[in-house]
Write a protein that binds this ligand. Structure first.
Ligand code: C2E
Ligand code: MG
Ligand code: MG
Length: 901
């Protein structure tokens, strides 16, 4: 069976009370009592003198026991001196010499009942009573005292049963204070034995004592001589003679200081019981409070006991209280110790648990975590950290494990005194898994307090190798052409800017734009993969020429940034580039030869805006491309002006189209024999608000370049067909069409729409195309011509003789008419060569069954000559200037009139 702490306390406390009840604490209580005696010293009443058979008396008499005559003498002297009573603390139970006994009996008789003789109990049932010879004159008084277990005398009796008799004690007799026989009282040892008058027995016998010391006083005769061995041990005063002890007992009674156990001793028990309760609960109180309270209670109890004993001759036993209080303190102490132990155990359990959790959390961390203590040792590391840095990190020195820059950062962090914000960065690890880039954060924490303050550094890191690689790749891709590795346009612009900033205007920079010619041919014939291979080789050759940067702008166009700005040397470089690129290329067994055009400009020519520099290089390149073969051209400001004009024109054309600023004029085509108008050519006109009248020679090429020609062409077709449908049925209309229209749109479909809307017969419409049409156009274009002809629309070849088309080819072209260019006509009539050409064309056309129209007939002579050569239809100022539709309508009306007239 187990007892709780409280149960044990209860048992212990009860045991304490039982022990107190059984008087087990008597010695302690006695000792406390003794100590209290020492607190005060009282003088004896002075009414009792001690007639002392001291060593000197023994020596003077010489024998022991003394002859009884000596006692007789002492009694006589005392009585003579007026002593009130005399008590003999001497054994008179046996006879001595008869003379002496008789003398003593006489003296006793003379004392008249004021003398008393010692009676005492011996060990066992033995006792000593005075001889009956003496007793007839003197009462016996008991002189026994009680020895406690320690052999100390504390208590004296009021009376004793000695043998067959009840005898009052000496103290009781001398003080007149009586009490029940065999009841004792505690002797008050605060009474000072030294204040008791001592008279040496021999002095008394020999009459040397002043009677005043004796008169009216009680005397007790006893021995103090050591040889007589009548001694007792008492508290406070040590060894005292038996007689003196009798006096102290008598004095105690005389002074009313018979020390009695307090009547309310039970109160103490109540207090002790309260203490017991306190003991049971003491565990719950704070140790300091318990100690303070119990100490105060102890002191208070002791003070009360002292006051009672000293002031009121009342005795209380406080030992049980003190012990109980001590037990309370002990109990509180034990419980404090145990509580602390428990708290400590719980704290360390929690610490262990927390530590385990932390270890687990760190070990399982997805990131690299390394914790370094103030000695620079690794105290914890995550699994990932071990993967990166090697196994068994814990316990190792961080400076040996970490790369130098990180180790230095950790050491620096550890040395810092203030908690700074965390610090992050990137490092390269040469770990177990090769070279890895990590992103890390270092935080420093302070642990502990005061002298135990330490710092730890936590390094958290993450592998960003793949991310950085991807970023680097993206960065490269964002700035480079993936095929050739050359820069892209944006990156080049940045390079140009950088170069200009570094240069800060002292020397300037130059750009060379390069375009490969016949590259498309390589692509088409050898395939794209070889085309790509060629581009790579081109990039390699360009790099090898040592420019600051090479960029590819797409297709076969490259751009070089070069530091050379002297125009002559720059052109030399550009020419070398174009020639070098023209050397044959080896492409998987194929030999490829291309040409390259180069256009160059410098910041001195074009300024420092990279965009402007690039566009100027491009203009120069365009100029170079206009030259056949490999050529290099330096930018000149005129190129810019021309381009600017073109741009202005472009905007204006757009606007004009939107505002419907275009209109058509019609130039008659005349049968020269009769002068009859057989048709008209529609010619576009534009009167711009700002630019004035703009020739089609200027705006048509612009519209072609921008693609606006499609829209414009449709409008012209519609307008011309609509107008023509209002004219007499035999009048034909010719409309010019650009090759670009055929390339970008479906001209037959447009024509069909126009005819449908206007209601004009297809046979009345002629589409004029130029020779250039057949140079660039493929089957798609000629196919359209076939379709037009199938619809019934006629095709005329305009400006014949100015282009490339050879006469031999003429027969195979899907055309109905040939318009001989005005440049031949203009030379008539003088120029024989022109005459021969015209003659040849006319003859050929006749054999091929193609109609002829001659352009630019300005004079009557020309008209006459041409007519002679067999040209039937003519067009020119001489025959009719281009005019608005009203004028032309009027012309038809007059012709009608003439006809009908
Ligand atoms: P073209 O088709 O050969 O047109 C004839 C040009 O010669 C016209 O110039 C006309 O005014 C001019 N001309 C006519 N008779 C004489 C003459 O006796 N002496 C001289 N010196 N010139 C004469 P224009 O109208 O300036 O047109 C020039 C060119 O613009 C045209 O040459 C044609 O190629 C193109 N063009 C004009 N209108 C259109 C159009 O509506 N569509 C397209 N695609 N091109 C057009
Ligand atoms: Mg024409
Ligand atoms: Mg013409």
């Amino acid at each position: 069976m187990r007892f709780g702490e409280r149960g044990l306390s209860l048992i212990f406390g009860t045991a304490l009370l039982v022990a107190a009840g059984l008087g087990l604490f008597r010695p302690i209580d006695d000792a406390l009592r003794d100590l209290r005696f020492a607190e005060q010293t009282r003088a004896a009443s002075g009414n009792i003198v001690f007639v002392d058979i001291d060593a000197a008396s023994l020596k003077a008499v010489g024998v022991w026991p003394w002859p009884r005559g000596h006692y007789a003498k002492m009694l006589d002297r005392l009585m003579a001196a007026g002593a009130a009573e005399t008590v003999f603390d001497i054994d008179f139970s046996a006879s001595s010499d008869p003379a002496g006994d008789a003398d003593f009996a006489r003296a006793l008789e003379a004392a008249g009942g004021y003398a008393f003789l010692a009676a005492f109990r011996q060990k066992g049932d033995a006792y000593n009573l005075p001889l009956s010879a003496f007793r007839q004159f003197a009462e016996p008084v008991a002189v026994n005292v009680a020895l406690d277990e320690g052999g100390i005398v504390r208590v004296a009796p009021y009376g004793l049963v000695v043998g067959p008799e009840k005898v009052a004690s000496a103290a009781s007799v001398m003080s007149g204070a009586h009490g029940p026989v065999d009841a004792g009282f505690a002797i008050d040892y605060s009474i000072d034995p030294a204040s008791i008058d001592r008279i040496s027995a021999i002095d008394l016998i020999e009459g040397r004592v002043d009677a005043t010391r004796i008169a009216g006083k009680q005397a007790i005769i006893g021995a103090s001589a050591l040889e007589l061995r009548d001694f007792f041990v008492v508290p406070r005063h040590g060894i005292v003679p038996g007689a003196l002890l009798q006096i102290l007992a008598a004095e105690t009674l005389k002074q009313g200081r018979a020390l009695e156990p307090l009547a309310w001793q039970p109160m103490l028990w109540v207090a002790a019981l309260a203490g017991l309760a306190a003991l049971v609960w003491a565990g719950q109180l704070g140790i300091v409070r318990v100690v303070a309270t119990t100490l105060a209670m102890s002191v208070a109890a002791e003070a009360a006991a002292l006051l009672l004993q000293v002031q009121y001759a009342a005795l209380i036993d406080t030992a049980v209280l003190h012990l109980m209080l001590a037990a309370i303190v002990l109990r509180a102490l034990l419980s404090e110790v145990r509580n602390r132990g428990r708290l400590h155990a719980r704290a360390s359990r929690e610490r262990d648990e927390t530590q385990r959790i932390l270890d687990r959390v760190i070990a399982d961390n997805f990131d690299g975590v390394v914790i370094v203590n103030s000695e620079c040792r690794i105290v914890a590391a995550s699994g990932f950290a071990e993967e990166m840095l090697g196994k068994g990190l814990v316990g190792q020195s961080a400076t040996e494990i970490l790369p130098p820059n990180l180790a230095a950062a950790v050491v620096k962090r550890l040395g810092e005194t203030s908690e700074a914000a965390s610090e992050s960065g990137e490092s390269v690890l040469q770990g177990a898994v090769g070279e890895r880039t990590i992103e890390h954060v270092l935080t420093r924490s302070e642990i502990g307090r005061g002298a135990g303050l330490r710092s730890v550094v936590c390094l958290t890191f993450r592998d960003v190798t793949e991310r950085r690689r991807a970023e680097a790749r993206l960065k490269f891709l964002s700035g480079h052409d993936p095929l050739t590795g050359a820069l892209n346009r944006n990156e080049l612009v940045e390079n140009v800017q950088g170069a200009l900033e570094r240069d800060s205007g002292s020397r300037g920079v130059a750009l060379v734009a390069v375009d490969l010619r016949r590259f498309r041919l390589i692509n088409d014939t050898l395939g794209h993969s070889l085309g790509d291979a060629l581009l790579k080789q081109v990039a390699g050759r360009l790099q090898s020429m040592g420019p600051d940067a090479v960029a590819r702008l797409g297709g076969g166009t490259f751009l070089l940034l070069v530091p050379e700005t002297d125009p002559k040397r720059l052109m030399g470089f550009a020419e070398t580039v174009s020639q070098y690129l023209s050397f044959p290329y080896e492409l998987e067994g194929h030999q490829a030869v291309i040409a390259a055009s180069a256009g160059a400009t410098t910041s001195n020519l074009s300024g420092t805006d990279p965009d402007v520099l690039l566009s100027h290089a491009d203009m120069a390149l365009s100029a170079a491309k206009a030259i056949a073969g490999s050529a290099a051209v330096l930018f000149s400001p005129e190129m810019d002006a021309a381009l600017r004009q073109k741009r202005t024109m472009d905007g204006a054309v757009r606007r004009a189209l939107l505002n419907q600023d275009f209109h058509l004029v019609y130039q008659p085509q005349v049968e020269m024999e009769s002068g009859r108008v057989v048709g008209v050519e529609a010619l576009a006109r534009w009167n711009d608000r700002d630019l004035g009248a703009v020739s089609p020679v200027r705006f048509i090429p612009v519209a072609e370049e921008t693609g606006l020609i499609v829209e414009l062409g449709q409008w012209i077709l519609d307008a011309a067909c609509r107008q023509a449908s209002a004219w007499p049925g035999e009048i034909e209309v010719a409309v010019n069409a650009s090759p670009v229209q055929f390339e970008l749109s479906d001209v037959p479909a447009q024509v069909e729409k126009a005819l449908e809307k206007s209601g004009l017969a297809a046979s009345r419409l002629t589409i004029e195309i130029t020779e250039g049409f057949f140079v660039g156009g493929g089957p798609k274009v000629t196919n359209q011509l076939e379709r037009l002809r199938e619809m019934g629309v006629k095709i005329a070849l305009d400006d014949f003789g100015t282009g490339y088309s050879s006469l031999g080819y003429l027969g195979r072209l899907p055309i109905d008419k040939i318009k001989i260019d005005q440049s031949f006509v203009r030379k008539l009539p003088q120029d024989q060569q022109a005459l021969a050409i015209i003659q040849t064309i006319v003859t050929l056309a006749g054999s091929l069954d193609k109609a002829i129209v001659v352009e630019g007939v300005e004079t009557a002579d020309q008209a006459w000559m041409l007519r002679l050569m067999g040209c039937k239809i003519g067009q020119g100022y001489h025959l009719g200037r281009p005019a608005g539709p009203e004028a032309i309508s009027e012309l038809f009306a007059t012709a009608q009139e003439r006809l009908s007239a």
